[in-house]
Design a protein. Sequence first.
Length: 580
Amino acid sequence: MTDLSQLTQADIHNWTDPRSFGRGQQYFQGGYILNPRRQGNTLKARCAGSRPQPYHIEITLGPEGIARGTCSCPVGSGGHCKHAVALLLTWLHEPDRFTEMENLETALSRRSKAELIVLVRRMLDRYPDLETLLELPIVGETKEPPPVDAEVIRRQTRSAFAGIGYDDWGATYDIAQQLLELVEIGDDYAGRESWRDAATIYQTVMEETLENYGMVQDESGYLHEVVNRCVDGLKACLVATEDPFRREMLLEALFGVYRWDVDFGGIDMGYQSQGIILEQATSEEKRQVAEWVRVALPAGESWGRQAYGRFLLQLEEEWLDDDAFLRICRETGRRQDLVERLLALDRVDEAVAATREASDYRLLRLADIFIAQNYGDMAETLIRERMPTSQDTRLTEWLKERTLERGDQEEALVLAERLFWQRPNLQRYQELRTLAQPLGRWEDLHKTLLDRLNEEEKYTLLIEVHLDEEEVDRALEMLKQRRAASRWGWRNDRLTMQIAHAAEEERPREAIRLYVEASKQLIAARGRDNYATATTYLTRVRDLRHRLGEGTTWETFIAELRENNRRLRALKDELNKAGL
């Protein structure tokens, strides 16, 4: 057996994430790995999982450890999943379980034709569906490749999807593997410069994959890879093809996947297709594609119409005059391109009119265009016009940043206060303080803010404010008021523990009270994680009691707590680990 690079448990742990490693250990210990095999530097096996059919895993080891891996599970892209971890742990701890396999090509080359026929028959008896592979063309190295029948490729592609349910997560990987085998046949034809047949395979696989895409879940992007491989192949065919009719067919296929993706909502399926068309198409061919785009334009305003509009502008860029450019922008909702070109032409009134029709979100982006074109004052005017009727705080935020840039602290403070009351939080409170102090306005504003926050019973924010200003007594008072005002009862949360921590120096007994309350709630809720958190608070109680010279009080308390919860073994473990 050929020696492989030394593999350690640390290597496996570093190669994956902690959760997958932990689950993989459980799978290894449970004996989930089936029929482990070694073929050269590659480890192969099946792993029992959540679906009826075991997952297929392959891990290749290189000179520096784990080189690459794949798994047919839904999260197995790259092979970093729990099933791969289980396989690697099996190799690490039980290498004798692995059957040594001869290289496939070497093993087949030793067989006679008659033996190979018998072997194929046995395979077909075990897996009858493989019989359909007999109709696929085989590209040899010496003779002319046989012509490709598109219907054969179509049947093969459809059969990959046959019988698959939408919720069968693990099936997508298997489908993609079957489709990639077809794509590789296309690559074989391309390698022999049989571009017409290669294009037939790429286009057929791509079109059928898109047609059946909605049948399966593809969150891992397996089918994306198939389509993108086909698009790459079509590009190679286009580059190598001079015949105008064939080139038009290839461009139409590339436009087809681009159109599918736009109409689907833009999921980057065949994402290279648009760039390939722009890069490889002649001027005359671009005119033809532009006509296809116009036919595809959906009615009404939509993201898709804007996406088509951008492509149209790129296709016709070399011969579009300004009026034609502006017309396309208006027809397809390309408002940013429209405003940018109008400002470049000094047609400011038209740019302003178009901007006033934009949504709040688009208005912000258009305002930046005005600034870039040295119309910053007009951008401010447009934002100020919109603010009284808008609930979008980003408009006020934009204007505040603009006033700060030109050094207008007074207006920035007014805008910051408006933002604070639209969405009160500690960060905006701190910003108000930073802006008001240099202006000598903070003392009055501070009182106004606290009074109104009290009136509106914003106790949580008041607690955060008092903690930020190191007013522990006020934070404790606000905590009492928050608890009294709560209709759902009170609980010890993150903020309560912040108060306890802040109170340790000046109000240690208040801190002890809050830590004890939190600990008892966590213990009552049960669970080892809760017990572990409770012990961290109890440790603080112990340290504070000793600091106050009340060690006896602590010993009595912890003894009673242990007795009252003597049946909770996990709690006892956590207390023992913490030395309590």
